[in-house]
Design a protein around this ligand. Structure first.
Ligand code: PLP
Length: 427
């Protein structure tokens, strides 16, 4: 089934899967390292990309391919590639465009793991990450130069719960011929489609809401239709426009396939190999089938909890873009389906570092976990865990205070959750 006329709920359940002669309703798990060729000519044609097909599971796998097609359709993109983790997806999306001597521009409010990747790991590869303030778009353009290869940001950021002005960012990027990469993990393709607002490449940690039950690590990359034309003859992306010596002189822009993801597969998955296991792809497929109803319910529960917290005497402030007085409320109405804002809520208590830790210990339903996007409700005190390595100044910069608590609101009964927080906040 491949038809873009269908709505997301339908695509999430059917897209990309064609039943074989066994007629299994559940997508089969193709647990195979490699694939046989009919004859030597076919083997040669596959390696030359003259015939598309499976060679070896580091590159492609039929179970993973169903997930790749499903993700691409849900994001309204041209193609998908899945990877062993969200972090691998982000690294590949950057390594696909930037090399030693280049720079990328990244938003200040992003996932801690991505901050580390950009500030330390890619720096050792000679790629500089320049940071712009996502709340002040005027800080972006001055950072651009001829060596800028990508602009990276999150649609709804984890853990600060900030929403990016996606359209403004992509307009600036287009003016300069720069590829934009948007991490859409927290919003999910159900609530937000960055490609619709001009983004070139969407990346996901599928470990969170997409799989949804905290059972696997997985990642994905989706590129947009028309990105080939943007890359063709674009001086920033010379390596797509000149013969690739590692691929017998292939010039990517001569190929009539979505070349951003093609190169991730043929060069980066081939050489670095953070490939998703087909079993984990299958787990994510199970999750995506119910993603719509889950993300709606996560959002509704989170909104009710945000409202409860706001009215509580021991709570100083609450961050949730669904609240009308939140600074990102207008952006949430513009970019997010029905203004729904996913399941992350953060708040500051009227108390100190120690008190915030105690509250986490007091809750009975919320588990102290650094993950997000599980059916189970999770609570964390960032200053003593995920962000404990940061200095006070850096904590302030990323919007984490000693008394900040972050929730990933799950799918339990919301009154039970409110009751749990109510008791924990009774001090
Ligand atoms: C978790 C997360 C990642 C990293 O994904 P993994 O699957 O854990 O590697 C990247 N971006 C965001 C926004 C995340 O929440």
């Amino acid at each position: 089934m491949s038809n873009t006329q269908f709505q997301k709920e339908t695509l999430a359940i059917h897209e990309g899967y064609v039943r074989d002669s066994q007629q299994t309703m559940s997508v089969p798990i193709y647990q195979s390292t490699a694939y046989a060729f009919d004859n030597s000519n076919q083997a040669g044609a596959r390696f030359a990309l003259q015939e598309l097909g499976n060679i070896y599971s580091r590159l492609t796998n039929p179970t993973n391919e169903v997930l790749e097609k499903r993700l691409a359709s849900l994001e309204g993109g041209a193609s998908g590639v899945v990877s062993a983790s969200g972090s691998a997806a982000i690294f590949y999306s950057i390594a696909n465009v930037a090399g030693a001597g280049d720079n990328i521009i990244v938003a200040d409010k992003i996932y801690g793991g991505s901050t580390n990747l950009f500030a330390h790991t890619i720096k050792r590869f000679g790629i500089e990450a320049r940071v712009f303030c996502v709340d002040d778009i005027s800080t972006l353009e001055p950072l651009i130069d001829s060596k800028t290869k990508a602009i990276f940001f999150e649609s709804l950021s984890n853990p600060q719960i900030a929403i990016a002005p996606i359209e403004e960012i992509t307009q600036i990027a287009k003016k300069h011929g720069i590829i934009t990469i948007c991490d859409n993990t927290v919003a999910t393709p159900i609530l937000c489609n960055p490609i619709k607002w001009g983004v070139d490449v969407v990346v996901h940690s599928l470990s969170k809401y997409a799989s949804g039950q905290g059972s696997t690590i997985a990642g994905g990359i989706i590129d947009r239709d028309g990105l080939n034309d943007f890359i063709k003859n674009n001086p920033r992306y010379e390596h797509f426009n000149t013969p690739d010596p590692s691929y017998h002189g292939l010039v990517y822009t001569d190929v009539d396939l979505p070349i951003f993801n093609l190169r991730i597969r043929t060069a980066l998955l081939r050489d670095i190999g953070a490939t998703l296991s087909p079993f984990n792809a299958w787990l994510v497929l199970q999750g995506i089938e119910t993603l719509k109803i889950r993300i709606y319910e996560h959002s509704h529960n989170a909104y009710k909890i945000a409202q409860f917290l706001k009215s509580h005497q021991n709570v100083h402030s609450v961050s949730y873009p669904g609240l009308v007085d939140n600074p990102y409320h207008t952006l949430s109405k513009k970019y997010f389906k029905e203004g729904l804002c996913s399941g992350l809520v953060s708040f500051e208590i009227n108390g100190d570092f120690q008190k915030a830790k105690e509250i986490c210990d007091q809750t009975k339903i919320f588990s102290i976990v650094v993950n997000i996007g599980d059916t189970k409700s999770l609570i964390v005190h960032p200053a003593s865990t995920t962000h404990s390595q940061l200095s006070q100044t850096d904590l302030n910069k990323v919007g984490i205070l000693p008394n900040t608590i972050r929730l990933s609101v799950g799918l339990e009964n919301v009154d039970d959750l409110i009751d749990d927080l109510h008791k924990a906040l009774d001090f």
